[in-house]
Design a protein around this ligand. Structure first.
Ligand code: MEV
Length: 436
């Protein structure tokens, strides 16, 4: 294969030059450029261009609505951005069911976020700890300006903890706890950490007792996306008899026990737990995307939380009494409703308006409810009919679109596949027969 030269200065090229270069390099047809042009926004492109480097077009995803979410006695219509066809339907169905059965009961357990300043030092951490009051006063002083707005909004730096990194005797961290009010707080936390890092090592190196034990060296400072103290809980409960609409050919009691077995399996078997939690994230990610939050941060933090016992487990837990079904989801959600994309992306603004401009804590509860709704739907289907029936009917639309079916062909296919298993090849054959 011919070795290609590295592209230099790509970001400095105009959009047209970038596209030309890529078309040449990759031997792409004119259709590539036509598609990129087709999805440019007629008025607001410069806004989208500013969101990321090297933007040449936009990538569309459906912006959908899931109505009937009764959360702490307040009704919401949720904005969901997701590519998987069945997610919004499943969320809406579960939301309507739970709206008639008490709704989602949610609470924010805490909202602490973490930042880490890592440093190397041969000394004894206990001797540094002994001077913590003086050090903390200094660190609060150097970040006074950076934290002043946040303090006015009820947030700021709320704690400091020293720790030595496991199995790294001379490598330590200063774990800093933050409250970030309605913002996710990544920029705020990172700014504060960077302002504190030099004063921290200087404090050690200028102290006559501490510097005799070795020279401190700053390694790096960054927020942690693991936030086990920024946790929300979402609960649904109802009399077991009320589960009838979901129980299929089973009695509500049998259904409840089958549901419990499924959750217990996800609690104890990591292979199943990952898929179980993925179903929760179907709802969560759709809300996180719609509200312009950082889905990678949310995923990384919550997946780590699922492993907090030392084994990856389900994020939900279940309790059955003689006549009650109680199902709980608990997970960390470090998210915001101000700052970042929330002030920039027009559809994020619409999503926030649809939700009634929630606070970060309210959004945590809404997002958790979406996760609960999708998981409840998934487990209900899995322990009764299986998921393929519902999934494939929705998937049918995607297959038909990918095969360029006309509206008339789509309508015919809907009737045909109401009673026939959907597969790509079956739909292809059906369309071929139609067209002949
Ligand atoms: C599919 O997107 C999600 C499920 O696999 C979740 C689960 O198995 O619990 C159905």
């Amino acid at each position: 294969m011919q070795k290609q030269s590295i592209i230099k200065g790509f970001s400095k090229l105009s959009r047209e030059e970038k596209i030309r270069l890529v078309i040449e390099r990759r031997n792409l047809g004119e259709q590539f450029e036509a598609d990129l042009n087709r999805y440019l926004h007629p008025q607001q492109q410069s806004l989208f261009n500013d969101i990321s480097e090297n933007t040449v077009s936009n990538y569309y995803l459906p912006f959908s609505l899931a109505p009937n979410f009764l959360i702490n006695d307040k009704l919401y219509i949720l904005p969901m951005v997701i590519e998987e066809s069945s997610v919004v339907a499943a969320a809406s169905k579960a939301a309507a069911f739970w709206a008639n059965n008490g709704g989602f009961k949610t609470r924010v357990i805490n909202t602490l976020k973490n930042g880490q300043i890592f440093f190397k030092w041969d000394g004894n951490l206990k001797d540094l700890e002994a001077k913590k009051v003086k050090l903390v006063t200094l660190l609060l002083e150097v970040t006074k300006e950076a934290t002043s707005n946040m303090r006015a909004r009820g947030g700021g730096i709320v704690g400091f903890e020293f720790k030595t990194i496991d199995d790294m005797e001379h490598t330590h961290q200063l774990l800093v706890k933050f409250k970030t009010a309605n913002s996710m707080g990544a920029n705020f936390i990172n700014t504060c950490l960077e302002q504190m890092s030099t004063p921290l090592v200087d404090f050690i190196n200028n102290d006559n007792e501490l510097n005799q034990q070795g020279k401190a060296e700053h390694v790096m400072s960054i927020l942690s996306n693991y936030t086990p103290e920024c946790v929300v809980e979402c609960k649904v409960s109802c009399p077991i008899e009320a589960l009838l609409p979901y129980s299929g050919t089973f009695s509500p009691k049998e259904f409840a026990h089958r549901f419990k077995t499924a959750v217990d399996i996800a609690t104890n078997d990591p292979y199943r737990a990952v898929t179980h939690n993925k179903g929760i994230f179907n709802g969560i990610d759709a809300l996180i995307l719609a509200t312009g939050n950082d889905f990678r941060a949310v995923e990384a933090g919550a997946q780590a939380y699922a492993s907090r016992s030392g084994q990856y487990r389900s994020l939900t837990s279940i309790e059955l009494t003689d006549n009650e079904f109680i199902y709980t989801l608990k997970l960390p959600l470090a998210i915001g409703t101000v700052g970042g994309l929330t002030n920039i992306h027009p559809m994020v603004k619409s999503a926030m308006e649809l939700l009634g401009k929630p606070s970060a804590e309210e959004l945590m509860q809404i997002v958790a409810s979406a996760g609960m709704a999708n998981n409840y739907s998934a487990i209900s289907a899995l322990v009764t009919t299986g998921i393929q029936k519902g999934h494939m009917q929705l998937h049918l639309t995607n297959i038909l679109t990918s095969l360029d079916a006309t509206e008339k062909e789509k309508a015919k296919a809907m009737i045909q596949f109401a009673n026939q298993a959907v597969s790509y090849s079956a739909v292809q054959s059906f369309l071929k027969a139609c067209r002949n």
